[in-house]
Write a protein that binds this ligand. Structure first.
Ligand code: SF4
Length: 655
C-alpha cells in the first residue's frame, strides 16, 4: 500500500488526446519525496535540454506535495513545473488553495501534460473519470470567470479549477495560472498552459489518502495547531509588522506599510518614495482596504487566513493575494484604491503581479526617455493610472507595443533597441525581474538572489532574521526559544550580528556564515516544495511550526519511510543538485549569477566573488557553479554526472 501519496500520475498527451493513469515508482519518493523533487526528475528524464518552452515536447507538470491532502496543517501546494519562456530555464511556481488536495483525493499525485491540443480544451478529472472537453466557448474569458462557468457547466460546485485568462491564451511571458484562492504566477507558466491549448483543469476527488501511522500523525498535526495558537498569542518582538506572525505575508490584515512603501523602489523605479508613508496615507489606506475587503480566507486545512475576498463596487469579486496590493499601486506611483481596481482586471487576465507592473513602469520610463513615442503608443491616455490600464489591455492581447512588452523587460528591451536595454535594469539571471533596490549589500541575500533557482523574490526568505536587531538584549530574547536552528551556532551568528560597525553587513555574517545560513534557508524551501507545505508555515516566517527537527517524524508517520534529519538533508541536496543540473544543462553558468548592477547602492566586487566561490565549494560545485561528478555520485545522481560528462559540461568546465 502507498501512504501519503496515491502512487499514480495522470499522463495526458494533448496532441493525441490520450489519457493514461500510470503507476509511479515508490523508489522515486524515497529519493525525492514528491512535489518539486519528482517534478524535476520527470523534467530531467523526459525533456531534452534544447527543447523550446513552446515546443510540444516541453512538459507541463502539476505536482502535489507529498503531504498534500493529509491532515498536515497548511500542506496544500500545487507545484507547477515546466521550462519558462521568460528565462528558458526550469520554472516552477507554487499555488496554495484547494487544487492539490482535491487532486490527491481524486487518486493522483500529478498531472503531466505533453504535446499540444489543436483546439482550446479543458480537462475534467472526476475521480476515475477523466475527460478532455472543448473550451472554445471559454476563449477570451477571465480566469476567475472561467472557473465559475466550468463549475456551472459541470454542475459541480465543489470542483477545484485552475485556469488561465487572456494572457495565458496569448502566451504572454508573465501569464499566471489562477485558482481562485491562489495562483502559480511566476516565470510564464500560464503561457505554457495556453500554448498547450489548456484553458483549465477542473478536479473533484472523494477518495481517501492512506497514512502509515495515523494516530501518531494526528498528534503531530495537533501539536502544529497548538504551536500556531501559541505564536498567535506571542508575536515576534522588535521586527516589522510583517515578520511578527505566521502565514504568507498578511497583507490583507496589515495596514502599516511604512516599511514596504518607503523601504523599496517599486516597479521600474530607481528611487525610493522615502517620505511617502504618513498618518494621512495610513488612514486613507485603512479605509480603502476595509471598504473592499469582504472577508479573510484560508487555503485548504489552514487557520491562517492570508488572503481576502475583494469586492470593489462595479467589479466582479476576486481574491487578493500577497503583494499584488502593493505592486501595481507603487509601480504606478499611485494609491491603494487604484491597486485594488487594477488587480481585479489583472487577475481575470491572469498575469503575474510582480513582473507585470514592472513591465508597464518600464514602458513608461522608455516613453519618458523618448525611446517609445506616440507612434508606438497611439491613444495612450495622459495620466499614469490610465496608462497602466491601457498597457495592461494591450499586453494581454499582444496588440501593438503590447506584443513586445508581453515578453517581459529583458526580451522587450532587446527587441526595442535604441538603448532600451539600459532601462531593463532590474533583471537577475538576465530575464527575471526583481521589484526592489536596496542600500547596503547583505551577503545572505546576495547569495540567495544570485544562486537561487526559485524565482526572486517570492518568499525565498527564511527562518534567520533579515536584519540584525539593534540591541543585544533583544537578540538574546529572540534566541531563547529559537528551536528551529539546525545547529546552535546559528544563535551565536545572530547574537553577534550588529546593525553597524565591524559585525555588520556586508562583512558580517562572514562569508562562511552567510553560506551556511543560505543553505539552511534553501533546505527548508526545497523540503516545503517537495512536501507541499505552505512556506508561510515553514520556510518563510520566523519561528514557524514546521522546521528541520520535526519534519522527519511527520514524513515517517505519514509515509512509513524511515526518515531522520540526515536522510532529509540528503533528499534536499539531491533535489537542489538535480534542479541545478537541469539548468546547467540548459546553459546556466556563474556569469549569469549576478544581481542587477544597482540593486544595492554599495557593492563589494571582491567580497561578492568570495561569497560565490565559498557557496559553490560548500555545495560541491566547481567554480562555474556546476555540480562535480563526486557530488552527483554521492547523491545517487551518477546518471546526471554521466550525462553532463557526455555533453562535455563536466569535463570541459572543471578545473
Ligand atoms: S499560511 Fe496562508 S497562504 Fe499558507 S496555507 Fe495557510 S492560509 Fe494559505
Amino acid at each position: 500500500m502507498r501512504y501519503s501519496e496515491t502512487g499514480f500520475n495522470l499522463e495526458i498527451d494533448l496532441s493525441r488526446g490520450n489519457i493514461e493513469r500510470v503507476e509511479t515508482d515508490p523508489k522515486l519518493t524515497e529519493l525525492h519525496l514528491g512535489g518539486l523533487g519528482t517534478n524535476a526528475k520527470i523534467l530531467w528524464d523526459r525533456v531534452p535540454p534544447a527543447t523550446d518552452p513552446f515546443s510540444p515536447d516541453n512538459l507541463l507538470v502539476f505536482g502535489t506535495g507529498l503531504l498534500c491532502g493529509t491532515p498536515a496543517v497548511g500542506c496544500n501546494r500545487t507545484i507547477v513545473s515546466t521550462f519558462s519562456p521568460q528565462t528558458l530555464l526550469m520554472g516552477y511556481s507554487m499555488m496554495g488553495g484547494f487544487w492539490a488536495p482535491e487532486l490527491k483525493h481524486a487518486g493522483y499525485d500529478k498531472v503531466i501534460f505533453r504535446g499540444k491540443s489543436p483546439n482550446l480544451i479543458y480537462v475534467w478529472i472526476n475521480n476515475d473519470k477523466v475527460e478532455i472537453r472543448d473550451a472554445s466557448h471559454l476563449r477570451g474569458k477571465g480566469a476567475v470567470e472561467t472557473s465559475k462557468l466550468i463549475r456551472q457547466e459541470l454542475k459541480e460546485p465543489n470542483a477545484q479549477v485552475s485556469a488561465i485568462g487572456l494572457a495565458g491564451e496569448n502566451r504572454v511571458y508573465m501569464a499566471s495560472i489562477e485558482q481562485g484562492r491562489s495562483s502559480a504566477s511566476r516565470l510564464g507558466i500560464g503561457a505554457v498552459m495556453g500554448d498547450k491549448g489548456i484553458k483549465a483543469i477542473a478536479v473533484r476527488g472523494t477518495k481517501d489518502i492512506n497514512l502509515a501511522r495515523p494516530a501518531e500523525f494526528m498528534e503531530l498535526c495537533n501539536d502544529v495547531l497548538k504551536y500556531i495558537q501559541h505564536r498567535d498569542e506571542n508575536p515576534i518582538k522588535n521586527v516589522e509588522p510583517i515578520f511578527e506572525g505566521l502565514g504568507s505575508p498578511q497583507e490583507m490584515k496589515i495596514v502599516d506599510e511604512k516599511w514596504h512603501t518607503t523601504g523599496f523602489m517599486w516597479g521600474n523605479a530607481r528611487t525610493r518614495r522615502k517620505d511617502y508613508w504618513t498618518r494621512e496615507v495610513e488612514e486613507k489606506w485603512r479605509k480603502s482596504q476595509e471598504s473592499v475587503r469582504t472577508r479573510l480566507i484560508s487555503c485548504y486545512n489552514c487557520p491562517m487566513k492570508c488572503g481576502a475576498i475583494i469586492s470593489v463596487p462595479g467589479l466582479s469579486t476576486y481574491m487578493m493575494k500577497c503583494y499584488s496590493k502593493l505592486t501595481y499601486t507603487m509601480a504606478a506611483f499611485s494609491d491603494l484604491d487604484f491597486g485594488f481596481k487594477i488587480a481585479q482586471r489583472a487577475t481575470e487576465y491572469g498575469v503575474d503581479g510582480f513582473s507585470t507592473p514592472q513591465v508597464m513602469a518600464f514602458a513608461l520610463e522608455l516613453y519618458d526617455a523618448g525611446i517609445l513615442t506616440d507612434q508606438d503608443t497611439p491613444g495612450m491616455p495622459s495620466d499614469t493610472e490610465g496608462r497602466f490600464y491601457w498597457l495592461l489591455d494591450r499586453i494581454v492581447r499582444r496588440e501593438g507595443i503590447g506584443d513586445i512588452l508581453a515578453n517581459g523587460t529583458y526580451w522587450a528591451a532587446q527587441q526595442i533597441g535604441k538603448g532600451a536595454e539600459a532601462y531593463a535594469h532590474n533583471n537577475i539571471k538576465k530575464h527575471e525581474q526583481l521589484p526592489l533596490k536596496l542600500g547596503m549589500l547583505n551577503p545572505v541575500y546576495f547569495l540567495m538572489y544570485c544562486t537561487g533557482e526559485k524565482a526572486n523574490i517570492t518568499q525565498i526568505e527564511g527562518q534567520f532574521p533579515q536584519e540584525p536587531f539593534p540591541e543585544r538584549e533583544q537578540r538574546e530574547e529572540f534566541v531563547k526559544d529559537w528551536i528551529h536552528v539546525p545547529d546552535e551556532k546559528f544563535k551565536q551568528y545572530f547574537l553577534d550580528w550588529e546593525p553597524r560597525g565591524e559585525r555588520a553587513n556586508p562583512y558580517y555574517p562572514t562569508v562562511d556564515m552567510a553560506v551556511e545560513i543560505v543553505d539552511w534557508q534553501e533546505k527548508m524551501h526545497y523540503l516545503d516544495d517537495a512536501l507541499g507545505t505552505c512556506a508561510g508555515l515553514s520556510s518563510f516566517p520566523l519561528k514557524p511550526p514546521y522546521h528541520i527537527h520535526n519534519y522527519p517524524t511527520f514524513i515517517s508517520s505519514a509515509t512509513g519511510m524511515d526518515m531522520d534529519e540526515a536522510g532529509l538533508a540528503q533528499v534536499y541536496k539531491r533535489n537542489r543538485n538535480l534542479i541545478r543540473a537541469i539548468n546547467v544543462r540548459r546553459g546556466l553558468r556563474r556569469v549569469d549569477e549576478k544581481p542587477p548592477e544597482d540593486h544595492w547602492k554599495k557593492r563589494f566586487p571582491e567580497l561578492e566573488e568570495k561569497l560565490l566561490d565559498a557557496y559553490y565549494k560548500f555545495k560541491g560545485w566547481n567554480k562555474d557553479g556546476i555540480p562535480t561528478k563526486e557530488t552527483l555520485q554521492e547523491l545517487d545522481l551518477a546518471y546526471i554526472a554521466e550525462d553532463l560528462e557526455q555533453r562535455g559540461i563536466i569535463k570541459n568546465e572543471q578545473g
